[in-house]
Design a protein around this ligand. Structure first.
Ligand code: PMT
Length: 223
């Protein structure tokens, strides 16, 4: 691996959406492309880390130099993350489905005159909160908050509720064009305050985040 500010560190990144099966042919998904999470994995490789990228279904190529684990559902992602820990840094950039349906074993058939099916949702495990509270908790646990209003207030609430060290908050309303787009406007939320970054490419957000995390680890070790 390259020498760099994260040499000797293991970084685990989640990226992309999850797909939650309704039946063998249908699923619930979201608009995440994986661009932001994959850019973070690439930036961590460039900083010299050993990187494991756990990716939901995306059409992006695997970033060079990482171990990539491909998963479908939130529960698959949860199990994959547990398998690849311990790590020094965990970054949850994936848009994990909060809910799933109890999937049907066979294709749900449309029948003449029958009522439309209804689905009840079941909560998925929270990967970020579980990693934050694990006995082998990484030194730094970083979550994202994808919000369409009151971005910073919701991010602060998630930081506390999910026990993480940092949250990258971003606006995913349609007008912002963050889901699937090439740029992001991020706010770094910690217990000590909020730092708003200008709109920049997802690669630049990734590089800035990784540089910051390397710095925090170095300082906490020097203290
Ligand atoms: O993939 P792109 O098209 O590049 O878009 C990037 C992005 C908008 C998906 C990304 O920047 C982003 O915001 N990712 C987090 C999306 C999300 O699911 O946010 P949330 O606010 O619903 O979840 C908060 C945090 O908890 C996230 O770190 C999420 O990974 C985590 N989570 C959520 C639910 C769950 N069951 N387990 C989790 O770990």
């Amino acid at each position: 691996a390259a020498k760099g500010p994260l040499s000797g560190r293991h970084v685990v990144v989640t990226s992309g959406p999850t797909h939650e099966a309704i039946d063998p042919v249908r699923y619930i998904a979201n608009r995440s492309s994986g661009k932001q999470g994959h850019a973070i994995a690439a930036a961590a490789v460039a900083a010299g880390a050993r990187v494991t990228l756990i990716s939901g279904p995306v059409t992006l190529p695997d970033p060079a130099g990482c171990d990539v684990v491909r998963v479908e559902s939130a529960r698959d992602m949860f199990a994959a993350v547990a398998r690849v820990l311990p790590a020094d840094i965990f970054i949850g950039a994936a848009a994990v489905a909060d809910w799933r349906v109890e999937a049907a074993a066979d294709k749900i058939k449309k029948r003449q005159g029958a009522a439309a099916p209804t689905f009840s949702l079941v909560e998925n495990p929270d990967i970020l909160a579980t990693v934050s509270r694990a006995s082998n908790r990484p030194r730094l646990v970083v979550g994202f908050a994808a919000e369409t209003r009151d971005v910073i207030a919701h991010a602060k609430e998630k930081l506390l509720r999910k026990d993480c060290d940092l949250i990258i908050a971003n606006d995913v309303s349609e007008a912002a064009g963050v889901f699937g787009g090439d740029a992001n406007e991020a706010h770094l939320v910690s217990r000590s305050g909020v730092e708003s970054w200008p709109r920049m490419s997802k690669e630049a957000v990734a590089a800035q985040l990784i540089a910051r995390l390397a710095d925090i680890l170095d300082r906490s070790e020097a203290a």
